[in-house]
Design a protein around this ligand. Sequence first.
Ligand code: TXA
Ligand code: MG
Length: 311
Amino acid sequence: MLDAAAHLKAGDLVAFPTETVYGLGADASNPEAVARIYSVKGRPNDHPLIVHIASMDRMGDWASEVPEYAIALAHNFWPGPMTLVLKRSELAGDFITGGQDTVGVRVPDHVVALALLEAFEKAGGKGVAAPSANRFGHVSPTTAAAVVDELSGYLSKDDLVLDGGACAVGVESTIIDCTGLLPRVLRPGAISTTMIEEVTGLKALDVDGEDVIRVSGSLENHYSPAAKVLLCETPLPGQGFIAHASIQTPKGVIRLASPRNDEEFAQVFYSALRDADTRNLREVVVVQPIGSGIAVAIRDRAFRASYKKNF
Ligand code: TXA
Ligand code: MG
């Protein structure tokens, strides 16, 4: 891990596993390294990046104001699948925040990620900027092989891809805006609104249509495979199919995943969408899980994957 941290310090990119999805990391204090993230991803450079840190003790480096409820959230859910959006410090440059006055910070819950972040901090680093390690608009990778598939044509020889196995959660972190009086969920994830309310004792708001804070995940054509994703339809022969194990596969339909519960659904969802592309399927029918908890995040991503370029 010392080697990977040295690569980060040298300005190289290091893709690494987290519990949610794989991230494409760069030294968050190095504008040239961060600029390479944008070019490798093909992502517009006014989209802010999440800074990954080894522990909540580092929050104060990146944030200038941390409300009490954000501290409670950090205590309870870090390391874990949660990103806090806070008023930024001077360290959080425009090249990280996309020019906004806030910064997203997260402590991931994965042994490889934490070892990398700790080694990086020991080497004098402050934090690792990392978006999901996919090309802009594509499905996030949940295995190292998927990262290589997505990015090998764009990475340089000194960049690294660390393999930490398949991600346990499988959908991106819950993003919570902590700049107002009440926490506000900008992107649903494994940390649910109910969990936020229990820990903070406050009402948690959801994103509204007039949000001025940019979340690129909320662009309509995000999280999309090449195959067309259909919701609320009966699958036809030759189409891919993703649904709970309790739902049977109609004859001639290509079953891509049969998760036994919502957690497993989240875990396998992105790899099942990738599988559809590997098999050159034109359409995939997804039966979305109902109810609260991580099902909300799955429905959110399924909707975005389905919202397609019909041209
Ligand atoms: O689970 C995750 O969050 C993964 C892993 C690698 O940590 N990361 C991830 O990063 O999903 P990315 O860049 O693919 O998505 C982060 C989202 C983007 O939509 C970005 O616009 C939003 O977070 N974001 C980052 N900083 C923000 C800020 N200051 N205010 C509002 N949104 C922000
Ligand atoms: Mg992403």
